[in-house]
Design a protein around this ligand. Sequence first.
Ligand code: HEM
Length: 160
Amino acid sequence: MQEFFTEYKTFIVFFHVISAVVWVGGMIAMRYAAHASFMEIESPAKRLERIAHALKRLFTIVLPFVIILLLTAVVMIKGYSLSQSEFSALSHAKEGIWSVMFINLIVMMKRRNRAQVMLAEGDFAGAKGQLEPIGKFMVPLNIVLGISAIFIGTYFSSHL
Ligand code: HEM
């Protein structure tokens, strides 16, 4: 694994960084650009429908990058022998952050799917209940965690 890492380091770090850009950047754009615009739609049914649709597209786009982020992280853990180094605590912190972000993403996907079914059944209050926490708490939480992981990554890149 170490030889593989040395040979392809530039590409591995590139895929790691671009994955973080798409995941964290996608959430910021959705929450603070698209969401603000959706709120201008007067019809609650149409508004919820647009939010559910946009979230579906966001989650579909980010999911492959979430997996690439983890795969490149595993290669770097082995390649830099992070677990046996003075950086092991920070490496575990990043693993923990990724895990919480991933679980949060899966829960958001499940809530969105439930909202989609409720919208089809005309249960707008139920759909709102499913979607509201995504915008209010769950996406902002993942943005904060993602930014923390990027900060630790910056520390790594200047110390490793
Ligand atoms: C799963 C556990 C993770 C591990 C073990 C890990 C490990 C690393 C390492 C070793 C570097 C330095 C690469 C180098 O310069 O050679 C790095 C950089 C980076 N990481 Fe992670 N990472 C993880 C998760 C994440 C997550 C969840 C994000 C954001 C969502 C992230 C975003 C970044 C970014 C943006 C950089 C580049 C920073 C820079 O070059 O200044 N990482 N990571």
